[in-house]
Ligand binder design. Structure first.
Ligand code: ADP
Length: 303
């Protein structure tokens, strides 16, 4: 069966180092797949390989059923791309940006013009047709980039950090747009550093580190399989003294900055102890995808 994207044994070497190292990935139609990983993990290189913008050293890419990079032009005509950095033309209006982008796909002016109202409505930009790009807010520019990526009515939309730099209101609007796309049966592949975004939107997730996919599954399965279900985060000046107590009470503890994360199946004894320590503050919550990500990729900074 032709899948929106199938990567097999994909490897890319830069400077003698495999920055993408034997990646296998199969994305089902109509699903949203998240590619998560720390900085330098190989996400953008994987997307560039998937789009046929660079050639692999070994392995294969099939994009909407076409081998890449050989049939790149045919495949890319059915794919939309939201790049990490907005590449809108600042000299043009919203409408002109869409018209010019449509012409790259060989779409006629009339055809694009007919699609513009629907795209702007979708992106929450109705009435902004004549606005020049520099007058748009960051959130509006992002949503225009999303609308632009849909100009060719793609089957697969690839989004590289679609909400980086947006405020919470704008992020929610973009999420709403992405959920509507999923509702329309489009397939999405997205990278993000926001674990809540991935947890909300993605049916399946791959976590990539040092060029290799280390785990794959639904957000819920990853949480169930890789982490204790409950977390108690503890802060406060007396934390150093309490740490020994925590080690006795929970399955696993991790320190990050001034916070102690206690991972456990049973938070009650920990909370009972903490209630006797008024100088400590705590937050009890269910484990989430960020806990999984940090457990599997570590808490050290990557650049
Ligand atoms: P991510 O998107 O996960 O942050 P990238 O795919 O951008 O990671 O980069 C993975 C690794 O490949 C990094 O170490 C980066 O420096 C290196 N890299 C990416 N592109 C190039 C290139 N054109 N030439 C040399 N090294 C590169």
């Amino acid at each position: 069966m032709n899948l929106p994207l199938r990567l097999s044994g994909l490897t890319k070497i830069y400077g003698g180092h495999a920055v993408v190292n034997g990646v296998d990935l199969a994305i089902e139609p109509g699903k949203c797949h998240g590619l998560l990983g720390p900085n330098g993990a190989g996400k953008t290189t994987t997307l560039r390989l998937a789009l046929g913008l660079i050639a692999a050293d070994s392995g294969t890419v099939e994009l909407v059923g076409h081998p890449m990079p050989g049939e790149g032009n045919t495949a890319r005509a059915r794919v939309g791309v939201v790049p990490q950095i907005d590449s809108l033309d600042p000299d043009f209006s919203v409408r002109e940006n869409l018209l010019v982008y449509g012409s790259y796909f060989g779409l006629g002016r009339k055809e694009v013009e007919a699609r513009i109202p629907e795209l702007l409505d979708f992106a929450g930009l109705a009435g902004k047709e004549q606005a020049l790009v520099p007058t748009l807010s960051g959130g509006m520019k992002r949503r225009l980039t999303l609308a632009r990526a849909l100009i060719n009515d793609p089957d697969l939309v690839i989004l590289d950090e679609p909400t980086t730099g947006l405020d919470p209101q704008a992020r929610h609007l973009v999420w709403q747009g992405l959920r509507r796309l999923i509702g329309k049966g489009k397939t999405l592949l997205l990278t993000t550093h926001f674990m809540d975004e991935a947890e909300r939107l993605c049916d399946t997730i791959s976590i990539i580190d040092q060029g290799r996919i280390i785990v794959e599954g639904s957000p819920r399965d990853l949480i169930r399989q890789h982490i204790e279900p409950q977390v108690v985060e503890v802060y406060g000046d007396a934390l150093a003294d309490w740490r020994v107590c925590a080690l006795d009470l929970c399955k696993r503890c991790e320190t990050a900055g001034e916070t102690l994360f206690c991972y456990t199946d049973n938070p009650e004894p920990i909370i009972a102890e903490l209630d006797k320590q008024p100088e400590l503050r705590y937050l009890h919550r269910p484990a989430n995808l960020e806990d999984v990500f940090l457990k599997l990729t570590g808490r050290d900074l990557r650049d």
